[in-house]
Ligand binder design. Structure first.
Ligand code: FAD
Ligand code: NAG
Ligand code: NAG
Ligand code: NAG
Ligand code: NAG
Length: 466
């Protein structure tokens, strides 16, 4: 039996202290809603329950969110899939939740229903159980939840070949603000479009996604090549910018810039460029391809490892590739404090710009900074801007909604947020798709029940008409 975790997110202005009454009222309301309240009370955690913290911390990926200044859920409910009645009651539907942790059904026709609380790791694991030549194009970190990941688009090592995770969603089940459970047919194409990239926690609660699996060869190849300043790292990264998005779609080469001790200058730090690569094919095909596409990197056979696709997931996540059970573990090792920001680079950064980055990163105050550079191209060039929401575009710079960046602006804590205000970050995430997302939001949730710091607001004018 799989477990579901509903987390009730309070509006971000609330604090625990101020919400004690809300809490009582909520529980009362719940008991009214369920004829047999006792049967679910053991599933309900409030801050007074001793295991509340451990249940909460379980899903936290960045210790920043454990800090006292960050508001915490008033109530966490952990029903299992057998508590179907929870799904259709009017109270619980009005919550942003982590629902169902499992890959519910997988058919031989290369599709799978994935409950929205499942992690990417679980999905990968279940796919590998069925077939070594099937995969799903999603991200590298196995503990990321499929609910939020697909809601914001979702890129990963296969996206040059197959597009974003959200491009490979073919159906979904969502609970709307009125408690209706809708599928693709009953929700209509506008909402189905919006939930695949418009960001989580805006349109309703996704219960499950139906995803299209994709083909991968039985053997694929990975390599990681490190180059320091002395090994021409800057020239290589500079060159890489011009070609990586034009590589064969089976070849994905991203770059990681990290700070390391200089081997030349005792006591000094320098920056190392690592070329992290996944090729959908064997070494014998890769070597001539790299010789043709990126000879400057001097890739040799010894740099390459052939393996199954599922092992590449383990490889890039930093686990031994022999045992895939770790993918089912929802606890992430080595939790780190971090702050992430994203940007889209339209024109290659000149060498002098890269030198500037190197200088900045080498300074003592940029302690553990890492920069990932990810090339688009391939299938991503064929998908129109309106098909997806993470985009490349012109200046001013844009950002990726799944790396929620509150520095760009946030919804008003009290009251409504105007279209103009929200478009400051909305246009950076969605460009002209922002308008259509506002229209869908106005249609599906005009009272703005589902909201977070950067959720799409309904349009005020349209709201007055309603
Ligand atoms: C370690 C790490 C690695 C990452 N790597 C990648 C990567 O390779 N590629 C990439 O594209 N992104 C990546 N991300 C970003 C990731 O896609 C986002 O953090 C995403 O929001 C995670 O979703 P979640 O469900 O785990 O998180 P949550 O914080 O639970 O959810 C994020 C948002 O979605 C909403 N939401 C969650 N579930 C549902 C649901 N069922 N229905 C409606 N709304 C929901 C939440 O309310 C919240 O607003 C990474 C993040 C981390 C922490
Ligand atoms: C209520 O649920 C409890 C626990 O599941 C069960 O033992 C009890 O019989 C139920 N009562 C009714 C009236 O259904
Ligand atoms: C949390 O505490 C309440 C009140 O003491 C209790 O009724 C409930 O069963 C507890 N929940 C869990 C999951 O133990
Ligand atoms: C760099 O060198 C210092 C000592 O000079 C050492 O403490 C540290 O662990 C080294 N860092 C790395 C990443 O190797
Ligand atoms: C899951 O991972 C955590 C962190 O690495 C570890 O402490 C725990 O033992 C693992 N659990 C299982 C069942 O492997």
């Amino acid at each position: 039996m799989s477990t579901l975790i509903f987390v009730v997110f309070v509006a971000f202005s609330c604090s625990w202290a101020a919400s004690v009454d809300v809490h009582g009222a909520f529980l009362e309301c719940l008991s009214g809603e369920f004829r047999n309240y006792t049967s679910i009370s053991s599933l309900i955690y409030t801050p007074t329950n001793s295991s509340y913290s451990s249940i909460l911390e379980f899903s936290i990926r960045n210790p920043r969110f454990m800090s006292g200044s960050i508001p915490k859920p008033l109530v966490i409910i952990t029903p299992s899939t057998s508590h179907k009645s929870l799904m259709s009651s009017t109270v619980l539907e009005k919550m942003t939740c982590k629902s169902g942790l499992e890959v519910a059904a997988m058919t031989l026709r290369k599709t799978a229903w994935v409950e929205a609380g499942a992690t990417l790791g679980t999905l990968y694991y279940r796919i590998a159980e069925k077939s070594p030549t099937l995969a799903f194009p999603a991200g590298e970190c196995p503990t990321v939840g499929i609910g939020g990941y697909l809601s914001g688009g979702g890129y990963g090592g296969l996206f040059r070949k197959y597009g974003l995770g959200a491009d490979n969603v073919i159906d979904a089940r969502i609970i709307d603000v009125n408690g209706r459970i809708l599928d693709r047919e009953s929700m209509g194409e506008d909402l189905f479009w919006a939930i695949r990239g418009g960001g989580g926690g805006t349109f309703g609660v996704i219960l499950a996604w139906k995803v299209q699996l994709v083909d991968v060869p039985e053997r694929v190849t990975v390599f990681t090549i490190h180059r320091t300043l002395e090994q021409n790292a800057i020239q290589l990264v500079h060159r890489w910018q011009y070609i990586a998005h034009r590589f064969d779609p089976n070849l994905f080469v991203r770059v990681l810039l990290t700070k390391v001790n200089s081997s030349h200058d005792e006591g000094k730090m320098t920056v190392r460029a690592s070329f992290l690569s996944l090729f959908l094919g064997g070494i014998d095909t890769l070597l001539p391809l790299m010789q043709e596409s990126f000879p400057e990197l001097h890739l040799v056979r010894e740099d390459c490892i052939e393996m199954r696709w599922i092992q590449t997931v383990l490889y890039f996540a930093g686990f031994p590739i022999e045992s895939r059970e770790v993918l089912l573990n929802r606890t992430q090792p080595n939790l780190r404090y971090f702050k992430g920001k994203s940007d889209y680079v339209q024109t290659p950064i000149p060498e002098r710009g890269l030198k500037g980055i190197w200088r900045r990163l080498s300074q003592p105050n940029s302690a553990e900074t890492e920069i990932f550079l990810t090339p688009y191209g391939g299938r991503m060039d064929e998908i129109s801007e309106s098909a997806i929401h993470i985009l490349t575009g012109l200046s001013p710079r844009e950002a990726y909604v799944n790396y929620r960046d509150l520095d760009i602006g946030v919804n008003n804590i009290e009251g409504e947020t105007s279209y103009e205000q929200a478009s400051i970050w909305g246009m950076k995430y969605f460009k002209n798709n922002f308008d259509r997302l506002v229209q869908v939001k106005t249609m599906i949730d005009p009272s703005n029940f589902f909201k977070n710091e950067q959720s799409i607001p309904p349009s005020w004018i349209a709201k007055e008409e309603i």
